[in-house]
Ligand binder design. Structure first.
Ligand code: HEC
Length: 161
């Protein structure tokens, strides 16, 4: 039953979740380290240290199946049609944000914009996507985890100001 519901949601909402066929193929894959000087690199290192300690374990649990390089494929991955949807979900998510190399993340935005986007996605509960939570209810961020990520984002943004 859950699988049918998942299939239904995947097929009906997939295009809504995506960005309407926006072409990302020309996007730069590396973080834009605009002010690439020693001072800012030092800040990134400090932000990453805190990320590794408090935030990464949360992201590993809740985000890495799509935005990381440690995807645990579910048993229903083998169902015809599902494989393509999951593959394209992972591809699409990494075009936006790839957590596999730690902070600063690989994306086509600046680190500050990435932090903002993550903060927003967590606050309005849009990540992980609902279609994923149907099968992985335990991957939803707890209130405490939201607080920890939020704190890290606030402190990091303060540092990068
Ligand atoms: C089931 C796969 C999946 C999981 C798990 C997932 N995401 Fe995503 N994420 C996507 C996809 C697909 C996109 C791109 C399309 C979209 O915005 O919905 C995306 C986009 C994003 C964006 C960019 C939005 C923007 O403004 O461009 C952020 C930020 C994000 N995810 C954060 C997270 C975080 C943080 C987690 C874990 C708490 C997470 N995601 C878990 C699939 C996933």
């Amino acid at each position: 039953m859950k699988v049918l519901l998942l299939l239904f949601i995947l097929t009906t909402t997939f295009h809504v979740w995506g960005h309407g066929g926006e072409d990302h193929s020309k996007d730069v894959k590396q973080p834009k380290v605009v002010k690439a000087n020693a001072e800012i690199e030092e800040k990134y290192i400090r932000i990453n240290q805190e990320y590794l300690k408090t935030v990464k374990p949360i992201f590993q649990k809740s985000c890495f199946d799509c935005h990381g390089n440690t995807t645990v494929y579910p048993w229903y991955y083998k169902i015809p049609g599902v494989k393509q949807l999951i593959d394209s979900d992972i591809k699409e998510s990494k075009k936006h944000l790839d957590f596999s190399k730690d902070f600063p993340f690989v994306s086509h935005e600046t680190p500050i914009k990435d932090l903002d986007a993550i903060g927003k996605s967590i606050k309005n509960d849009s990540m992980p996507p609902f279609r994923y939570l149907i099968m992985h209810g335990d991957k939803k961020l707890t209130k405490d985890e939201v607080k920890q990520v939020d704190k890290w984002i606030r402190e990091s943004k303060e540092m990068l100001k």
